[in-house]
Design a protein. Structure first.
Length: 291
C-alpha cells in the first residue's frame, strides 16, 4: 500500500487532525542509509512527523526542517519536508546498536539522549521561522507534543510508531497529530483527554490494518470527523550533480586546486539519500578556474 497523509477536522473545526501511513518512505530511508533497527525507528518516526507537518504549510515553495540534536550515541537526525507530501532525512550516526528499553521496545530515547529539537519553517519570507525546545524524552512524539504546546502555543497530541521486522526492514510506520484550535470547548477537551490515554500504540493499530482515517476515527469518532484531503507521501530527494557542483564551487579556490593536484577524482555523497557523485580532476580544475 502506498503511503499517504490524511488531513481532517472535527468538532466543527475546533480540532484539526493529520494521520499518515509511512512504511514505504521509512523503508526507503532505511535502505538508503543502512540504518540499525533503533535508528530506523527514530528516523522513521521523524519522517512520519515531518510529512504531516509539511502539509500544514500552504505555499508550494514552503520548506520544513526538523533537527533533533542529542547527546546520545545517535547524535542527531535531520528531516526536510515540503507542503505536498515529499520528505527526506538522514541520521548523523546510522549504525547505533542498543539493548531494548524497560518496555522491551527499541530504545529510541536512549539512542537520541538529551538535547534540543529545532523546527525551521522557510515560508519564503526574509527570515525563516525557527522554534527550539528541549527534548523531553528523545522518543520524538512526546518531544513534538511539547514543542507544539510551548513554542507554537497549540495544545497537541502526537503519536508516532515504527515497527522493525526480524530482517531489519521497516514493517509498519505512521502516526497522527491532533491539535486543538482556540474555539475548542470543554466538552471537546474532555473527549480527547478521555480518548488519548485509551488509544492503542500506533504500531499496534497499523499492524492490525488500521488506515490513517481509522486511526483518526478511533480518536475523534463522535466529534464529527471530516476527512478533507488525502495526500500521497514519498521519500523524495532532489539532489543532482549540478546541485553538488554548486556546493563544491562555494569552497575556497585553493582547496579545489589542492583536490585537483592530488590527481584523483573525488566522490561526494548526498547526505539525504547517499547517492554518490564523482568529479574528475578536469572538472575540479574547471570549477577552480571559474571561481
Amino acid at each position: 500500500m502506498e503511503d499517504y497523509i490524511v488531513r481532517a477536522s472535527a468538532a466543527d473545526g475546533a480540532v484539526r487532525a493529520f494521520a499518515v501511513t509511512a512504511r514505504e518512505l521509512a523503508e526507503q530511508a532505511r535502505s538508503c542509509h543502512q540504518t540499525s533497527p533503533v535508528i530506523s525507528a527514530a528516523l522513521g518516526r521523524l519522517l512520519a512527523a515531518g510529512a504531516m507537518m509539511g502539509v500544514m504549510m500552504k505555499g508550494e515553495e514552503d520548506l520544513l526542517t526538523l533537527q533533533v540534536m542529542g547527546d546520545g550515541p545517535a547524535k542527531g537526525l535531520v528531516v526536510t519536508a515540503d507542503s505536498v507530501g515529499h520528505v527526506k532525512g538522514y541520521p548523523k550516526v546510522a549504525d547505533v546498536e542498543l539493548a531494548a528499553n524497560a518496555q522491551g521496545k527499541l530504545d529510541v530515547g536512549g539512542a537520541v539522549g538529551g538535547g534540543i529539537l529545532r523546527v525551521i519553517r522557510d515560508l519564503g519570507l526574509k527570515e525563516p521561522y525557527i522554534g527550539t525546545t528541549q527534548l523531553q524524552t528523545g522518543e520524538i512524539a512526546e518531544d513534538l507534543t511539547y514543542y507544539f504546546a510551548s513554542s507554537e502555543q497549540v495544545p497537541s497530541s502526537v503519536g508516532l510508531g515504527v515497527l522493525v521486522d526480524t530482517d531489519c526492514s521497516v514493517r509498519r510506520a505512521g502516526g497522527f497529530i491532533i491539535q486543538l484550535m482556540p474555539q475548542a470547548g470543554e466538552d471537546v477537551i474532555a473527549h480527547l483527554e478521555r480518548k488519548i490515554p485509551q488509544l492503542a500504540p500506533v504500531t499496534e493499530m497499523l499492524e492490525q490494518g488500521f488506515l490513517p482515517e481509522q486511526i483518526l476515527e478511533e480518536l475523534l469518532g463522535g466529534l464529527g470527523l471530516e476527512v478533507m484531503e488525502r495526500i500521497p507521501a514519498q521519500f523524495v530527494c532532489n539532489c543532482s550533480k549540478e546541485r553538488v557542483r554548486k556546493a563544491l564551487a562555494s569552497i575556497p579556490k585553493k582547496d579545489l586546486c589542492s583536490m585537483a593536484d592530488d590527481g584523483e577524482p573525488i566522490e561526494v555523497k548526498c547526505q539525504f539519500c547517499n547517492t554518490a557523485y564523482e568529479f574528475t580532476v578536469d572538472e575540479l580544475r574547471e570549477m577552480a578556474g571559474s571561481i
